[in-house]
Design a protein around this ligand. Structure first.
Ligand code: R5P
Length: 299
């Protein structure tokens, strides 16, 4: 097995290779004067399975195309290719919310399969069902256990909160691992991306260290809304925990204004200003299992 790191692997490539005692090299990426990308494979590849580690966090399009170039290189030389994509970008556009919108996740999965990716490993994708569209083996790493391990040691009187119905299962699992209560709110997002609360579901917030669990923090709008609600209900402190810390468009500032005291996450995406847990061991186990023939992962 050869672990091939992309430029957006946030160090997970080297850690996974170390844990698996596998050969490792990182692709070299340069640009032509007009901005087009050129990738060159590292020395040291001597045949066998290739495991590419590359997230597709911002800039998503470049990181995705780099992944496609790497995969297609090895498809041409007829190697078995596994792609480890810790953060799978474009996963939130999993349907046409408005008529005419392209379903981006399907396109991304099609591109990977066409480029020769036979197996895909990702971490807490936005909706696991959307991966059914991938024409190959799939394994999903669930980072919630690691994330709750981090959160548990930091909060005295925790209350877990899901900021929308889609995050409820994640919040339930987190609350059961932490050993505390959970609650949730329901939100809606308008066409401009603004979020508002449509329904709340009670919960004893008074004096609690509320931790809002979500799969992803992007603009921070969802956490902002949930944090203000939690403080309004009597929370003592409010923290946010998410597997993928995209932190786009001033998310840190926005969450600071909403008095979110701590941010917890994983290292699927580089993120300053957060407490982050390394999930390379979970990814390494998944690679090992998948290559042994277990081609189906479950959350
Ligand atoms: C939505 O369904 C997701 O689970 C997240 O709640 C959402 O993507 C977060 O985005 P933002 O931080 O921009 O509100």
């Amino acid at each position: 097995m050869f672990i091939l790191g992309g430029s957006a692997s946030n160090g997970l490539d080297a850690s996974v290779a170390r844990l698996l005692n596998a050969k490792f090299g990182r692709v070299s990426v340069t640009n032509f004067p007009d901005g087009e990308m050129k990738v060159r494979m590292p020395d040291g590849y001597d045949g066998g399975d290739v495991v590419i580690v590359q997230s597709t966090y911002p800039p998503q399009d470049r990181n995705l195309f780099e992944l496609i170039l790497m995969a297609d290189y090895f498809r041409e030389v007829e190697r078995s290719i596994t792609a480890v994509v810790p953060y799978l970008g474009y996963a939130r556009q999993d349907k046409s919310f408005i008529a005419g919108e392209a379903v981006s996740i399907n396109t991304v999965l099609n591109m990977m399969a066409k480029a020769g990716v036979k197996n895909l490993i990702t971490v807490n994708p936005h909706k696991i069902d959307s991966l059914k569209h991938f024409d190959g083996g799939v394994a999903v790493v669930n980072a919630v256990h690691s994330l709750t391990g981090l959160v548990k040691t930091e909060l005295k009187k925790p209350l877990v909160m899901a900021p929308d119905i889609g995050g409820l299962e994640l919040a339930k699992k987190a609350a059961s691992e932490i050993g505390c209560e959970y609650t949730y709110i329901e939100k809606k997002r308008d066409n401009s991306g603004n979020v508002s609360i449509v329904k709340t579901h009670g919960g004893d917030f008074e004096g609690k260290d509320v931790v809002i669990f979500d799969d992803i923090i992007s603009t921070g709008g969802t956490i902002d809304l949930a944090a203000r609600f939690a403080y309004g209900e009597g929370a003592k402190t409010v923290s946010a925990a998410a597997v993928h810390l995209v932190m786009a468009q001033g998310a840190h500032e926005r969450m600071a204004k909403a008095k979110v005291t701590r941010i917890f996450g994983t290292n699927t995406i580089p993120c300053a200003g957060a407490q982050v847990i390394d999930i390379s061991a979970e990814i390494a186990s998944s690679v090992e299992e998948l290559l042994k023939g277990l081609h189906q992962g479950k959350l």
